[in-house]
Write a protein that binds this ligand. Structure first.
Ligand code: HEM
Ligand SMILES: *[C@@H]1O[C@H](CO)[C@@H](O)[C@H](O)[C@H]1NC(C)=O
Length: 361
C-alpha cells in the first residue's frame, strides 16, 4: 500500500488523512456531488449492456466502477491510461494476500512491479496537475480527490509530500475498486436468484422514478428508498466482500479464557459473524426483510469497526443503491449458468464471472 497510505499510518497522521478522505467521499455534501457525477455513466453503461445482450457481469461492472473511480479520484477519462490501471490493479490485488516472496515468478513480486508502474502513472498525473495549477494560477484545477490530497494542510501548515499523495491515491483506488465491483456483481446475482426481491425492489423504484419524472436521484431520494437500502445491506452481508480484518494486540488481553499476548496479531473472521445462525436466522438465505430489525451490536461488521472502519462505507452503500434503482426500473436479466461453481480466491465469486442475459424491460 505504501508507507504513507492511510491504511498504514497511525495516530494523528491517520486521523488527519481519514477526516480529509471522509469529507471528500463519504459525507452527505460529497455524496450529493458523487451521485450526480456517477449517474450519467451508469445510465449509459446499462444502455450498452442491453445492446450487448449477453456478458459477464463481473467484467462489465468492473469497467464501469473504474470509470467512475477514475473520474472522481483523478479526473481520468476512459482510454489507454484507465486500461493500464485496470491491469496493474489486478496484478496488485492478486499479490496482496499472497505469500510475501519477492522474486520473479511469484504473485507478490508481480504485485510489487505493478505497484511501481501504478506509481509512475500517477506521478505523471501529479506533475500534470502541478503544471496546470501553475499555468492557470489557481489551486486545484479539477477538484478531484487527488487535487484535494495535494492541497491538504496539517496544523503546522505543511502539505503532503508527493509520495504521500501517491501512496494514498493508489490505496484509495484499491479500497474502492474491487470491493464496489464485487458488491455490485453480487447484487445482480442475488436479484436473479430471488425474483420476489427484485419485484419489490422494482415496485419501490418505479414509484420513485415516476415521482422524479425520470430525473437522476439524489442522496435524499436514496434515503427514502427503504426497501432498496435493505437490499443493499443484505447484499453486502451475503457477499463476504471483506472476509476478515487484522488487529495488532497492543496490550495483553483475556478472551474467553485465552490469554492473547501483546504484539500478537488477531484476525477477526468477519464472514463467520455474518453467516453465524446465532447472529442471523437462516443466514445463507438472501432476505432483505431481516433488516426490518437492525443487527445486534457486534454481529454485523461488514465495514470493520472503530477508528479504522471503512472510509468509503457510505459511498459504497449509496453507489449500490443508485445501481439498484436504475437496474430495477429499466432492465431484466437472467443468470446463464445459475449453478456455476464458486471460486473463493482472492474473493468469493461465481466461476463464470456471473454471466447474464440482459435486456430492457
Ligand atoms: C462494499 C464495499 C466495501 C466493503 C465491504 C469494504 C470493507 C472494508 C473493511 C472491512 C475495511 C477494514 C476496516 C477495519 O479494519 O476495521 C475497509 C477499510 C477501508 N476501506 Fe472499505 N470497503 C468497501 C468499499 C470501499 C470504498 C468504496 C472505498 C473508497 C475509497 C473504501 C476505502 C477504504 C479505506 C480507505 C479503508 C482503510 C481505512 C483506515 O485504515 O482508516 N472502501 N473497508
Ligand atoms: C460467505 O461465507 C460463508 C461462510 O462463512 C459461506 O457459507 C457462504 O457461501 C459465503 N458466501 C459467498 C457468496 O461466498
Amino acid at each position: 500500500m505504501g508507507r504513507n497510505s492511510l491504511v498504514v499510518v497511525h495516530g494523528q497522521a491517520h486521523e488527519r488523512l481519514r477526516s480529509f478522505v471522509s469529507n471528500s467521499i463519504n459525507r452527505p455534501d460529497a455524496l450529493q456531488l458523487i451521485a450526480a457525477c456517477v449517474q450519467p455513466r451508469l445510465v449509459s453503461a446499462l444502455h450498452s449492456w442491453a445492446q450487448l445482450g449477453k456478458f459477464k457481469a463481473y467484467k462489465e461492472i468492473k469497467k464501469l466502477t473504474l470509470q467512475n473511480i477514475g473520474k472522481l479520484f483523478a479526473s481520468l477519462e476512459p482510454g489507454p491510461i484507465l486500461d493500464s490501471l485496470d491491469k496493474l490493479y489486478d496484478g496488485m490485488l492478486k499479490g496482496i494476500r499472497a505469500y510475501p516472496l519477492n522474486f520473479p515468478g511469484t504473485a507478490s513480486h508481480h504485485a510489487i512491479q505493478c505497484r511501481k508502474k501504478l506509481e509512475a502513472i500517477f506521478r505523471v498525473e501529479l506533475e500534470k496537475k502541478k503544471k496546470e495549477e501553475e499555468q492557470s494560477n489557481r489551486v486545484g484545477t479539477t477538484n478531484d480527490l487527488m487535487d484535494g490530497l495535494m492541497q491538504m494542510i496539517d496544523e503546522e501548515g505543511n502539505q503532503l509530500s508527493d509520495q504521500e499523495v501517491l501512496d494514498n491515491i493508489i490505496s484509495l483506488i484499491i479500497g474502492g475498486y474491487e470491493s464496489t465491483t464485487l458488491a455490485s456483481m453480487w447484487a445482480i446475482y442475488y436479484l436473479a436468484k430471488y425474483p420476489d426481491v427484485l419485484g419489490k425492489l422494482r415496485e419501490e423504484n418505479l414509484a420513485m422514478w415516476k415521482k422524479k419524472k425520470g430525473d437522476f436521484i439524489t442522496i435524499e431520494d436514496v434515503s427514502e428508498l427503504k426497501y432498496t437500502n435493505k437490499v443493499v445491506e443484505e447484499t453486502i452481508r451475503s457477499a463476504n466482500v471483506s472476509g476478515f480484518i487484522f488487529r495488532l494486540v497492543t496490550k495483553e488481553v483475556e478472551y474467553k479464557g485465552y490469554r492473547i499476548p501483546k504484539n500478537w496479531k488477531v484476525i477477526i473472521w468477519l464472514r463467520y459473524l455474518h453467516t453465524n445462525t446465532e447472529n442471523f436466522e437462516d443466514p445463507l438465505c438472501f432476505n432483505p426483510e431481516r433488516w426490518n430489525v437492525p443487527a445486534r451490536p457486534g454481529t454485523y461488521l461488514v465495514f470493520g469497526g472503530g477508528p479504522r472502519i471503512c472510509a468509503g462505507n457510505m459511498l459504497a452503500r449509496m453507489q449500490l443503491a443508485i445501481l439498484l434503482h436504475h437496474l430495477s426500473v429499466g432492465y431484466k436479466w437472467e443468470l446463464l449458468n445459475p449453478d456455476a461453481k464458486m471460486i473463493y480466491l482472492p474473493n468469493p465469486a461465481p466461476a463464470d464471472g456471473a454471466e447474464i442475459a440482459f435486456s430492457k424491460i
